[in-house]
Design a protein around this ligand. Sequence first.
Ligand code: HEC
Ligand code: HEC
Ligand code: HEC
Length: 431
Amino acid sequence: MNRAAVAAGMVLAIGAAAYVALNRADVSAGSAPVIAGAPASADVLARGEYLTRAADCVACHTVPDSHRPFAGGVAFKLPFGTIYSSNITADPRRGIGGWSDDEFVRAVREGVRNDGRHLYPAFPYTSYTRLSRSDVLAIKAYLFSLPAIDQVNRANELAFPFNQRWAMGFWNAAFFKSQRFVPDPSRSAQWNGGAYLATALGHCRECHTPRNLGYGLDHGHELAGQELQGWRAYNITPDPTYGIGSWTAAETARYLRTGHVDGRASASGPMGEAVAHSLQFLTDEDMAALVAYLRSLPPDKGEHPIEIDSQAPPPAAAAPVQDASGAQARGFELFEGACASCHQWDGSGRQSSYAALFGTRGVNDASGANVTQAILQGVNLRIGDSYVYMPAFGRAYSDTEVAALANYVVSRFGGKPATVTARDVAERRAL
Ligand code: HEC
Ligand code: HEC
Ligand code: HEC
């Protein structure tokens, strides 16, 4: 969706919503299902730590390599400006040390600060609203048990009217319902646990569900894929061709725990972070519940269907036919010099179980979105005791070179005529 359209949509949404009756009552008290990794019987700090991980609070509230966990300052570039996450350590002046239980619960479940002002939905209170009060308070207890960090919040950089926090009240009226998770009695305890993990804690839909013109989630196409911060968060419905319906339950679980399944997918960018900070720590039981829930959803083709070419590329390095611009040959040359050592010519990544390229959604996406992002940003994840590492090539190569590489990778491993231009690369760099 184009940025101007999103911005215009948001203005419209704010305007239209002014006429909508407010619908913000606490609709139901709900009751959280059993989460195996955080049983109610466990010590509150242990529960809080597990839930904080499952909700991935650290990813958005910690600047990478800053060694200042939960002190905020992470930038979120949205179509209408930049928002910075807040210091949520217990520092009484700079953080939230002075907040009461009720204030914290209101912030997490309704997106309202202790001073009554609205938070922006870059903070996924739209998903956390489903959390039970006791789970939110366990998270608070855990956060407040950690060292307080004296770090001042960075001011957001938003253009009018988006810098008007009160306007979020209207956005909430249009797109947000303060509503707790209510277990579905017709489903198993496992399914309900998985639903709570996916929709309340893991907030999968904040990245994987398409958004409408007003930046609200399009619940008619739950998890059918969207683009965020330059990355494509793929369709993860059980559609056998365009989603992950052809994956076995074990493959999905392995992907969510390790970020990689040979011949299927690898996680970099925001998903790599979700795996590294959050999903790898789920217990086996919770992982099985999450996967069972995903597999129970209705298949959806999604708006940007990407089909996987499962025909393996020829193993030997063969110089491509020279095209008029020489771009293919340039891509080949760069791949040979900088990439084949890890990924191998056939994309099998033989020397590292992590470096297989062949068969992934990324290399089959003719837009080259995530392939370009991976080349620009590299990969740097800690999974279990090992590091998954690919250097970032953004500084080493020009826009034209990155485009040539991305097009080479997509055409060789996905068999698709890729269309990445130097301009696309420049745009992704700016995100
Ligand atoms: C996807 C990113 C993201 C995740 C995940 C996230 N937050 Fe935030 N959070 C933000 C952003 C961005 C803001 C600032 C929003 C604003 O300024 O309107 C924020 C603001 C807050 C605030 C308000 C603080 C203040 O001083 O106003 C609290 C409290 C908070 N987050 C707690 C949490 C907790 C607890 C979790 C995990 C359960 C969490 N956040 C997970 C992005 C995130
Ligand atoms: C912060 C955004 C974000 C969140 C939260 C998130 N994802 Fe993702 N997800 C992505 C992106 C981006 C990709 C593509 C990764 C890549 O190409 O390296 C992805 C890829 C995937 C894939 C691989 C699909 C394929 O065809 O290759 C699966 C499966 C997946 N996510 C499941 C989940 C589940 C389940 C959750 C919630 C527990 C979740 N994701 C939460 C952004 C996110
Ligand atoms: C040091 C080894 C190494 C080098 C060199 C390297 N990569 Fe990678 N690459 C990796 C690893 C490891 C991953 C992560 C795979 C994962 O997360 O499962 C990866 C991931 C990727 C992905 C994401 C795959 C997907 O479908 O999401 C692409 C695309 C990629 N590399 C392309 C390249 C290109 C092009 C080059 C050369 C410019 C290159 N790589 C150089 C190791 C390397």
